[in-house]
Each structure stands twice: as structure tokens, then as C-alpha cells.
Design a protein around this ligand. Sequence first.
Ligand code: ADP
Ligand code: MG
Length: 681
Amino acid sequence: MSKVNLIESPFPLSQIKGLGPKRLAVLNELNIYTVEDLILYLPTRYEDNTVIDLNEAEDQATVTVVGEVYSTPTVAFFGRNKSKLTVHLMVNNIAVKCTFFNQPYLKKKIELHGTVTVKGKWDRRKQEINGNRMFFNQQVTESAQFEPVYRIKEGIKQKPLRDMIRQVLDQATIHEWLSAELREKYKLETLENTIKALHFATDKSSLLKARRTYAFTELFMFELRMQWLNRLEKTSDEAIEVDYDINLVKHFIDSLPFELTDAQKHSVNEIFRDLKAPIRMHRLLQGDVGSGKTVVAAICMYALKTAGFQSALMVPTEILAEQHAESLVDIFGDRMNVALLTGSVKGKKRQLLLDQLNNNEVDCLIGTHALIQDDVKFNNVGLVITDEQHRFGVNQRQLLREKGAMTNVLFMTATPIPRTLAISVFGEMDVSSIKQLPKGRKAIITSWSKHEAYESVLNQMTAELKKGRQAYVICPLIESSEHLEDVQNVVELYESLQAYYGTDKVGLLHGKMHSDEKDEVMQKFSNHEIDVLVSTTVVEVGVNVPNATFMMIYDADRFGLSTLHQLRGRVGRSEHQSYCVLIASPKTETGIERMNIMTQTTDGFELSERDLEMRGPGDFFGVKQSGLPDFLVANVVEDYKMLEVARDEAAELIQTGVFFEPQYQTLRSFIEKNLLYMSFD
Ligand code: ADP
Ligand code: MG
């Protein structure tokens, strides 16, 4: 099928006036191959050169002001080819010293007592403007007042690029993407006007209007695709109905050493509804650290067994796989045949296991990504669960989806996805949330101490150990590196704590250790043969030692909020009061703020929202790999409300089936073929 164009041009890119082969090559480097690409090559930002009154300008702001020249400009040369031009201006009755670096040619153009317009950074205290541009007519001309700025490369400048865009925009046909109803309903512009305004806006309000329409369009297209995908996944012919035995499942739940929380029950019900329905489940189970997702997974896997199916549980690390296997064997007793497959299961042992799996002698297989290798063949798999989903890249997620193409999938994550991102990143999935911790849990008390207070933190830790509890000491790095000399070396810390508490009381865990060694240490800590575990972030994910009630995080400001939260989640797993002490002497505002946020809240959902606010969606933990497209204009955080609306509208179109009527044929093919700039890997 040929590429569907919603933008048509009467001529190809190569026939644009003023575009020789050299420039064409540069455009190609910018990923511009067609007229459509060029038209959708939107400015990355706009320069606002609107003149303001200096009396109202904030300190350190970039300002554009008009002033009268009252000193002859002087130029001082220094270094190689460097210069500084100084000129004094009277701006809104303020005497301002203006400097321009490396623009000596300005001197000739500046007339004493003439008027100039200057753009630069205002330093109120020094009454100085560090200029970067100078305009010489009375005012900035209208076209220069609001300038689009494109990402460019050597070989092409802003203006010619802009001229080319103007040329093609004048001649191309831009088909409308949104229905008239939608445009009417949300007061949106036509796409043609929108794109033109994005390139040639002369004022802020028309730009904002265009931005709004374009953002909506992007989000709407994205959501259409997500909803469509969701529908395809669910209505596949190969869907299986899991006819579980509810009585057996109830028995099993009754056999657990605790009662399920309401949130756990609710999630189980949602999952069971999916299992029983003739659809392929495609669900995300998100629950804060310690909320008890594992047991929910266990109940589901058991339900599968009662219906005659096998299930798989995939986890990101071997330590976690082993822990899960152990605790599941505990929980299931002889109800289920649990097997463990990791990278360290090799040779004959592995072959035996694979045979058993193939003969349906294994009910539940737990493992790392070793699970999705080619030779792993289930007899009858009805459910695949991934734990700590955020640790898997999108590839594994996809691979899993392909591998288990005919089965139900449950993704579990302990990184609560901010509400804002959940519907975009996981927009094609259903979501269950466990927003409640098991009964009797006391909120972890988090405090923040500077490095000087290390001794007293140590005393606090000793007091906990004396009560029979255990402690984690977390350290950012394994070996000291040149750049991070001040980072406490985990080995050093380990040795000093050994000296303090006794050699056999303290264990060490880090990523560079052999997996046997890691297991041994973890086992010892789990059995309370050691009191203190000094570790890097390898314990971040999933580890469950309820007797550990104290955590000290060294140089905590080097971790992001999500990581800190994950780490902290290793304590607070029993009815005992738990503590988390952050040791940090942050030097940046963000560092300080992060420490403060950590001491203020233990709610992972709130933390993830704050983390998102502080870091932006691009940097948010795991988001990069989760398939969220790079929108040209829309921002999933700022435009969240719009995203919700777009989602509802898209869902309506898909669910009512209107989207599959002839009038949407073009849009459908378009979304299928080339979702404008939206890369889904
Ligand atoms: P996570 O959601 O972080 O994976 P886990 O499944 O590891 O949490 O559960 C944390 C701890 O809470 C485990 O020790 C588990 O046995 C316990 N737990 C789970 N559900 C409950 C419950 N309803 N009541 C009491 N303890 C529970
Ligand atoms: Mg877990």
C-alpha cells in the first residue's frame, strides 16, 4: 500500500525554488524527505521580540527594549578574535550599560543620540544589559516581533528554510484531519490555518490557538491508535476464556495467612472478569511498593491452573526470581508445581525443566527474560505476568506480547505511573490500581540528615538492631570513580560497618558480584544470619525481608525520587515501625527539594507526580522505553486535560464503530501507515 498523504503537493521536494542538491542533502539530514515532511517541520521555539518597559522587567530576564544612545560605543579586543562592545543607553529613563560580545561590527551602525532596539539579559543590580541582538529601525518590525526558530544544521539558515516552507505551504493542499463537529465542539482551527500559524504567527495569541489545535490533533491521533490497538488485542479470534473453579480459588484465598485488602480483592475481581471474558487480557496492575501485588499474581496463576492452564511470571533480576519462587512455593504448598528458570539454570537441568514444561508437568514458571527464549515451549500457557514492568524495556514487552500472542497478559509495576502518564504510556491497556497497603502497616518515618550527622544516624540504626530488627545501608556506587570521588565507596562503607558491628554481622551486595555470591548474601539476610546489608541499588526492586525496618541511604541526593521511593519500599513490610534516613548534603535546589519531598510523603502516586513535575516526561523513569511518542507540540503533562478529552473522543469513535465507516477510510489508513512523527519503535 502506498503512503497515505494528508498533505498533497503539486511538486516534489526537489523542485522547490532555491533548493539545490547540497541543501537537499542537508534537509535529508534533518529527516526532511518530502514536502509533507517540510511542512510538518515545525519551529522548536519562537523568539518573542516584543518591546517592553524596562521598569517592569524582572531581574535576569531576556528583554527587548528601545533606548537612546548617549555614549560613543567602544570596542575592546581580547584573546584571539574576541571582542566586547560597550555602549550606554537611556531606556525608559534608566541609564543602562549595554555590552555585546564578539559583534564589533555593530559599532559602525550605532549613531550617537540615535535610537536602537536591544535584546539581551537584564541585570537590574548592575543596571546592565548583556545584549545578543540589536535592531536599528525605530521599532522591531512586525515580522521580527515574533520569530519562529527551527532546528537547523550547517548548510541551511533560518530564513531560507522559512522561505521554502512558505513556498510549499502556499501550493500544497492540506486535508482536514478532524471532523467539523470536533472542531466546532472544542473551538479548534482548521489544520491548514493551524500549520500556517505555527510557521508564521506574528503574535502570541494566534500562536497559542494554533498550538492548541495541533496538540489536540496529535493527541487525538495517538489515542485513536491506542484505542484501536486495544480493540484489536481484545477482540482477537484467538482469545481464550479461562473457566476457573471459583470454589477452589476461594479455598486458596482462605488458606492465606492474611486477609486480602479491599484493593487487592478489587484488582483480583477486575482480572478475573478479563480472564473469564472471551478477550485477551491486557492489563496493568499498579500498586505501590509493599501493596501486595505478588499474592494477587499468585491467585491469578492458581485460577489458571484450576482451568487447566499454565502460567509464567517474568521478573527483571535473578534475586527476585528466586525470591518469588520461594515465596510462591510457600503460598501454594502442593497446589501448584512451581519451577524456576533463570540464566544460571543450564545444561541437563535446563533441558529437564523444558521437557517438564512441555509435558504440562509445570504449572507455573518463574524466571528472568530467560523465559522468553526461543526454546522455552509451554504446553498450554494461559497467562503471562511480568513483575516490575518498568524494568523491562519496550522490546521485551513486545517480545512477550508476540510470544504469548495468544494469551492473557498482566503487567505489574511498583512505579506508580503518574495519572498523567498512565493513560498515555499505557493508554492501550486496562489499569488496576492497588492504592492501599495491608492492614497494620505503619507509615515509614523518613528523615533527612547531613553527612555530619552520620554518627547519630548510626546510633539510631544500632537501636533498631538491638530490638532484633535488620537494616539496609544503600550506597550509590560500587567503586569510586574519578568524577564522583566524594561518593562513598560501598566497599569502604561495608568495611567500616564491619569494624563497627562485627565482621559476621554485615553483608555486602552489589551488581558486580557473581550471582551465586549475591544469592548467598541475600539468603543470609533473609534468614537473619546477618543484621546489616550494605548494598547498591540492586536491592531496589522487589526484595522482601519484612524484618528489615531501618534503611540508611547514603548520598541520597544522587538518586531520583522514583528510585528513592523504590528503595525505601524495602522497609515498612511488617507491623513494626520502620525508618528511612536519607544522608545527603545537596548543593542544588532540586536536590534539596527532592529530600524534602521524600520526608513529606510516602505515597508513591503523589511522589511520581512530583517527580514528573520536576523532571518532565522525557526523563521520567522508564517512560523513554515505554513507547510514548515524541509529540511535536503536545506535552502530556501540561496538556493532560486535553489528552483526557482526546482519549474520550477517540474511544467514542472506536467503540461506536463510527471510525470503521467509509468516511474515515483515509484517516484509518493514515494512522495505520504513518502516524505523523509518532515513532512506536
Ligand atoms: P509488592 O506489591 O511490593 O510486590 P509484596 O507482594 O512483596 O508487595 O507484598 C509485601 C508484603 O506484604 C509481603 O510480605 C506479603 O506477604 C505481605 N502482604 C501482601 N498482602 C497482604 C495482606 N492483605 N495483608 C497482610 N500482608 C500482606
Ligand atoms: Mg513485588
